[in-house]
Design a protein around this ligand. Structure first.
Ligand code: SF4
Length: 241
């Protein structure tokens, strides 16, 4: 599998684990608020053999692997790569934008992923603007939401980003829009018992995909708290992260 970056040691990305974090290049979305896509280009890839060599050497302290990006489910070799990790007996967390439900279902059927984390970008009517991609079918997102709930451990999360609206107006995702997002998860899975994290947008001056967002402020805490109250009506385990 193509590996663009390797974080050899991380205590945050995989809850309860000391993980090696694998970043793949490329993503099928172009979220205006993304800071990763430009960095995770296809230059200077790390060899898969070198990654497994490192993992063998580090197994005394590394007890998990995170697959993120970019979008790992676009990688043609993701399944064989995940099989190798499963054969090595190391727990794997997958971060995904949920655009490839068929890949998630294959990973699920083969029991290759221990923890799935899916970005649910927003309600169906805003998927195009939040992902900067016109062809995001809500049905595929919902199918992925259902697949994710089948993994041994999983979470959904939404970042409260500034949304570029009609006529170029920009404003944060609203509590009503987040409420619709949480409701979609509940209705799609037929359950309200899911971990759901609301994340703040953090502005970066070093290259968001849409420069208009670079000077936008961090999501204000009172807005995050209002969001949590709305989302909790559908997903009571909702937390701000
Ligand atoms: S899904 Fe969006 S935020 Fe995530 S890597 Fe792709 S473009 Fe960036």
């Amino acid at each position: 599998m193509r590996i663009r970056e390797l974080l050899k040691f991380n205590l945050i990305d995989y809850p309860g684990k000391i993980s090696a974090v694998v970043f793949v290049p490329g993503c099928n979305y172009s979220c205006p608020a993304c800071h990763a896509k430009k960095i995770l280009n296809e230059e200077s890839l790390i060899k898969e053999d070198d990654f497994f060599k490192y993992l063998g050497e580090a197994r005394q302290w590394v007890n998990g692997v995170v697959l993120c990006g970019g979008e790992p489910t676009l990688e043609a070799d993701l399944i064989p790569f995940a099989r190798k990790l499963a054969a090595a007996g190391i727990p794997v967390k997958l971060d995904t934008n949920g655009s490839s439900p068929e890949v998630l279902e294959r990973l699920l059927n083969e029991k290759l992923i221990n923890y799935a984390a899916m970005d649910v970008k927003g309600p169906p009517r805003l998927l195009g603007s939040i992902t900067g991609t016109l062809s995001v079918p809500a049905q595929a997102v919902k199918r992925s939401i259902r697949a994710v709930a089948g993994f041994p451990d999983y979470e959904y999360r939404t970042t409260i980003v500034p949304v570029i609206r009609d006529e170029g107006n920009i404003s944060f995702l609203t509590p009503a829009e987040l409420s619709d997002t949480a409701r979609m998860i509940t209705e799609t899975t037929g359950s309200s018992g899911h971990k759901y994290y609301i994340q703040k947008f953090v502005p970066r001056k070093d290259g968001l995909l849409d420069k208009r967002l670079e000077s936008f402020p961090e999501t204000p805490l009172p807005l995050l708290e209002e969001m949590k109250a709305e989302a909790a009506k559908y997903l009571p385990e909702c937390e701000i992260r």
